[in-house]
Design a protein around this ligand. Structure first.
Ligand SMILES: Nc1ncnc2c1ncn2[C@@H]1O[C@H](COP(=O)(O)OP(=O)(O)O)[C@@H](O)[C@H]1O
Ligand SMILES: [Mg+2]
Length: 264
């Protein structure tokens, strides 16, 4: 499904600001893997997402999606393969367009599902059906401008837009971090439901360890540009925050940075 081999990038090489943001990352995802990614600020999580989506290119290394080498493929050329939701609820949708227009753009990204001209009614019915899954009543507000929606509603819409065209891989980068706790929980639950129903192969970055434990079948911990822990199956099910912190200490020899990565 996704294969990342020996991926490295150094920012500002040879200057005092030099930063090895990713160092020899090896990662292979099976179809349907739902991987949660944790790690302190600056660990390289977003850089890895940016490389998989093509927003950034590596210094060395290979990225394959479904056996296709996409390492040098431009972002817009691999956009069809990738669904993405960012931390900022404003980033994934166009505020001046209506809910229906936003969905239509996401819909058009996947040409295999384009309906024949004149099929607007059918398409609208599909959008309504999809919006119903969010349980937010947005199916009754198709012609509302997205700029009028709350952050949680926009993030739910972004999630739907990123998933309903069945991309090969779904990338979520702290997509609940900007929301208040109850909205964050709603989006977390929606994420779990949607991924379960669609079996999308998913990488979800979160600073919330409990969320990383509750969702997914596999957990990766990053630190200083490296994957330092990769746990799946029954071992993942049995994990606790305490065990994760112990593991970090065992591997790194120090306590994890006392930043927002700890408990979320
Ligand atoms: N475009 C860039 N130019 C310079 N440094 C960058 C750039 N993007 C990220 N970095 C640095 O690379 C490191 C990893 O960043 P990032 O992937 O955003 O971390 P995370 O998402 O895990 O918090 C950080 O030290 C960050 O400051
Ligand atoms: Mg980040």
């Amino acid at each position: 499904m996704l294969r990342v081999e020996n991926l490295s990038i150094t920012f500002n090489e040879g200057t005092p600001d030099e930063k090895k943001a990713l160092q020899n990352i090896q990662l292979e995802l099976k179809p349907g893997d739902f991987v949660t990614v944790i790690g302190s600020n600056g660990a390289g999580k977003s850089t890895l997402m940016n490389m998989i989506s093509g927003a950034l290119f590596p210094d060395v290394g290979i990225i394959e999606i479904n056996n296709q080498n996409v390492t040098t493929l431009k972002e817009h050329k691999r956009a069809k393969k990738i669904g993405r939701v960012f931390q900022d609820p404003m980033a994934g949708t166009s505020p001046k367009m209506t809910i229906e227009e936003n969905l239509a753009i996401a819909y058009a990204r996947n040409k295999t599902r384009t309906l024949k001209p004149g099929a607007n009614k059918k398409r609208r019915a599909l959008f309504k059906e999809e919006l119903e899954r969010l349980h937010l009543g947005l199916e009754n507000r198709l012609s509302a401008k997205v700029g009028l929606l709350s952050g949680g509603e926009r993030q739910a819409l972004s999630l739907l837009m990123a998933t309903f065209t069945q991309p090969d891989i779904l990338l979520l980068d702290e997509h609940t971090a900007a929301l208040d706790p109850s909205r964050a929980e709603l989006i977390t639950n929606l994420t779990g439901e949607i991924v379960k129903e669609t079996h999308l192969t998913t990488l979800m970055v979160t600073h919330n360890m409990q969320q990383a434990l509750d969702l997914g079948n596999r957990l990766i911990m990053m630190d200083k540009g490296q994957i330092i822990l990769d746990i799946d199956g029954a071992k993942k099910q049995a994990l606790t925050i305490e065990k994760l912190l112990q593991e970090f200490k065992r591997i790194r020899g120090t306590d994890m940075d006392n930043d927002r990565a700890i408990l979320g």
